[in-house]
Design a protein around this ligand. Sequence first.
Ligand SMILES: [Zn+2]
Ligand SMILES: [Zn+2]
Length: 223
Amino acid sequence: MEADERIRATPEAPRPATPARENEETAVSAETPGAVTHERCVHHPSRAAVARCSACEEPICLPCAVPVRGRVIGPECLAAELGDPRLTVPPETVTAVPRSMAAVAGAAVAVVATIGPWTRTGAGDRLLGAWIPSIRWSMIAAVAAVALLAVAWWFRARGTRALATLVIVGGAVVASSSALAIAFPPTFQEASWGPWLGAVGGAIAAAGAIASLTGERRPRQGV
Ligand SMILES: [Zn+2]
Ligand SMILES: [Zn+2]
C-alpha cells in the first residue's frame, strides 16, 4: 500500500500497466527516445505527456500519440500529416450546434395557437379550441405543439444535433396537422385562426432548427 501511495504522489511518471512484462514492450518510449517528463498533454491537462508531436513539438499523452510512419503525431497535426482534413476533429469534444431561439419562439406560438378557436362554429369555436377531446387534426396539433415546446426548450439548453432533428420533426408534425385541420375541418365547419397560427409556429420552429444545423457547417457565422 505504501508503494501504491508513492506512485500516486508522482503523477508525472506513467504507471506501468503490467509490471511483469517490462522488458521490450514499451513501444511508445522506444519510438521516442527523448522521454518527456514533468509535462502534461497539450490536449489533456490531467494526463502525463509521454511524447512530443513530431510535427509541432507539443507534448502529448498516450491516447493522443498516434504512430505514423515511424513518427509520433498528435491529433492536432494528424490531418495535415495524413492529408485528410476530415481528421481535424479535436479529441473528446461534443458536437454542438448553434442554439436556436427561433425554435422556442415558434413552438411557443404553436402552443398559443391551441388556446385560440380552431373552428368558426361548433365545439372548437371557443378558447382552447384545439383541445376538443375527440380525435381530430386539431387535437394532434395541440399535443404535438406542447411536446414541441418541451423539445425546443431542451434543444436551447443542450444544443445537440439529435435535439435539433427532434425539433424539425416536431415542427413538421405541428405544421402539417394544423394545415390538415384547415383543409379538413369537422363536418359543416370552417377553420378559424387557431390552425393558421399553429402552422406558422410549427414552421418557424422547424426552420430555426434547420438553420442551426446548416449554420453549424459554416464557421464564423457570427455569435
Ligand atoms: Zn502536433
Ligand atoms: Zn492527450
